[in-house]
Design a protein around this ligand. Structure first.
Ligand code: ZN
Ligand code: ZN
Length: 362
């Protein structure tokens, strides 16, 4: 089967014929139909995060289960599924506490780029090919752990639903789950890419007062369309001062969706006493955040979010339902679709800021 392989960091992906092993215990084989393009892959493709090579990236996959391995109980052939960027084992401290986004198995999967518990099912001749995020979705087919795939309703378009595998569900869940925003509360969302705009949609669902911040008017226009009450172009106005002015004080919540420490400081500075700042953007691994401890005597809090504390088996079907009911218009985030052969062009467009969300149709 065809897949896009990265052999060296900072080089183009190569479309290759690879061998995919049969699904083993608790694994399923999924025929992929669509995959979202996400910046998280780029961090690894550019060598900003350590990673074994070669690997196949791609983690926002959607497709149809073709085969199941021994012991699979949650999926069957014909099921429509989304692959999730975060895995949860169901039996660690965090999984038992109902916080599966923090599952202890996630970090090893991300660092080793294997399936959960170390498996590799991709080969080019004798060479093992790694599965980025335990998935490897830029391919015609994937073998993944059954807990890495979530069943969704059959009538949902896979080329839209794929976005929920990572970025989009991260934005929505960060607002609804991590922050727990309530109707009438205020939230400042810094960065209106795919994650930030999804956060706007989540905040709209929650009934919050929404202020969106970005440096591009085109993205702010989209934020308005999706429900932002106020937008601030940070190249024209100081967002912190402007938020104080609009709200007559700071926001109840701020989210940073870029991974830029200067923006994080602005976001933290924009919350009121007892407010919560959520770090969602992935800053370079060596970056530091400089905050005066005095701020904590104002009762301000900071927390991080991995995929918005999502509980995939509960939240994904609910987001798909909301999309199908027209209450969560995630399809508006899709700027352009590409074929697998056009994947390098797609990543070039992503890096050049031309895409809110791109989709590879397999
Ligand atoms: Zn992602
Ligand atoms: Zn776990």
């Amino acid at each position: 089967m065809k897949a896009a392989v990265l052999y060296e960091v900072n080089t183009p992906l190569k479309i290759e014929e690879l061998t995919l092993d049969e699904p083993q215990a608790n694994e399923v084989l999924v025929k992929i139909q669509a995959v979202g393009l996400c910046h998280s892959d780029l961090h690894f493709m550019k060598g900003e995060m350590p990673q074994p090579l070669p690997f196949v990236p791609g983690h926002e996959g959607a497709g149809v289960v073709e085969k199941v391995g021994p012991g699979v109980t949650t999926l069957k052939p014909g099921d429509h599924v989304i692959t999730m960027v975060t895995f949860n084992c169901g039996k660690c401290h965090y999984c038992y506490k109902g916080q599966p986004a923090w599952c202890v198995e996630n970090l090893p999967i991300q660092m080793m780029a294997t399936l959960p518990y170390g498996g590799i099912r991709l080969h080019k001749g004798d060479q093992a090919i790694h599965h980025l995020f335990g998935l490897a979705c830029y391919a015609e087919k994937v073998v993944v752990h059954e807990r890495s795939a979530v069943k969704i309703r059959d009538d949902a378009p896979l080329e839209v639903a794929c976005l929920l595998g990572c970025g989009t569900s991260t934005g929505i869940s960060t607002v609804l789950n991590t922050a727990g925003v309530k109707a009438g509360e205020s939230i400042a969302i810094f960065g209106c890419g795919g994650v930030g705009l999804s956060a706007v949609m989540g905040a709209k669902l929650a009934g919050a007062k929404i202020i969106a911040v970005d440096v591009l008017d085109s993205k702010l226009k989209m934020a308005k369309e999706l429900g932002a009450d106020h937008v601030i172009n940070a190249t024209k106005d100081d967002p912190q001062a402007k938020i104080m002015e609009i709200l007559g004080g700071g926001a109840n919540y701020a989210i940073e969706c870029i991974g830029n420490v200067d923006v994080m400081l602005k976001a933290f500075g924009s919350i009121r006493a007892r407010g919560l700042f959520v770090v969602t953007g992935m800053a370079p691994i060596t970056a530091m955040l400089n905050i005066a401890p005095f701020e904590f005597f104002l009762g301000k809090s900071i927390t991080g979010s991995v995929q918005g504390d999502i509980i995939p088996q509960i939240d994904i079907p609910r987001y798909v339902d909301l999309y199908m009911e027209g209450k969560l218009p995630i399809d508006k985030l899709i700027t352009k679709s590409y074929s697998l052969d056009q994947i390098n062009k797609a990543f070039e467009d992503l890096q050049n800021g031309k895409l809110i969300r791109g989709v590879i149709k397999i």
